[in-house]
Design a protein around this ligand. Structure first.
Ligand SMILES: Cc1cc2nc3c(=O)[nH]c(=O)nc-3n(C[C@H](O)[C@H](O)[C@H](O)COP(=O)(O)O)c2cc1C
Length: 199
């Protein structure tokens, strides 16, 4: 009887320890300085029609709202005014040629961030090429990186592997993906993911 009681107390102590540890980790993540880097294309798109705000931008805004993370939007005007079909053709050509389209602006001091959320739509199975321009320009080494995508069936595609190959010294974590046509009613899913990683 005494042994059983001791075993029960030990189990409770372990469980309590785990909970305390999880809470400590969560506090840690919330204390870290975070940045959301994303690309998103407004205009005519698959399944959602002609949208004023891109699907991925909506997710990026949820992340900033829920975590307080700063934002850097990768902006290019290369696809402005193009039909969905035209963007598909141009993006496919860019991917085949492994192009690095230019983007506007720059990040003041990327060294200040411990955590970087990297998000984009899946284009032909991976990130749009302009995001590879970003990966070439900015060094994410030593940072904890959380990839996220919006898509219409591919999930994360090869985005996580491609991010790891392009930023080999970053600590790239498991990614999060959500259907583009679901994002406008999908804040709770984003919140659940953020909670699961300690935010
Ligand atoms: C050029 C292009 C290529 C796409 N390729 C894929 C794909 O390979 N797999 C997929 O699931 N969705 C694909 N999509 C759909 C987008 O990933 C999806 O609509 C996404 O939510 C768009 O996000 P955005 O509005 O932030 O740009 C593609 C869309 C475009 C415009």
């Amino acid at each position: 009887m005494k042994t059983k009681l001791l075993t029960l107390l030990a189990a409770l102590a372990v469980c309590f320890g785990c909970t305390a540890q999880t809470k400590a980790n969560q506090t840690n993540m919330k204390d870290k300085k975070a940045l959301v880097v994303f690309f998103s294309h407004a205009g005519e798109n698959y399944s959602v029609g002609n949208i004023a705000v891109g699907n991925t931008k909506i997710v990026a805004d949820y992340i900033s709202e829920l975590t307080g993370a700063d934002q850097f939007e990768i902006v290019t005007h290369k696809y402005d005014g193009m039909s969905y079909k035209r963007v598909c053709d141009v993006a496919q050509d860019e991917q085949i040629a492994d192009e690095r389209p230019a983007f506007e602006g720059e990040i003041e001091n990327i060294d200040q961030y411990d955590v970087v959320f990297v998000g984009g739509p899946v284009w032909w199975g991976t990130w749009p090429q302009v995001m590879f321009t970003f990966f070439d320009r900015y060094n994410l080494s030593g940072k904890t990186v959380y990839p996220f995508t919006t898509h219409e069936g591919s999930g994360l595609g090869s985005c996580v592997q491609d991010l790891r190959s392009n930023c080999p010294h970053a600590d790239v974590q498991k990614g999060f993906s959500i259907y583009g046509h679901e994002v406008r009613s999908g804040k709770a899913k984003v919140e659940k993911w953020l909670q699961s990683i300690g935010f």
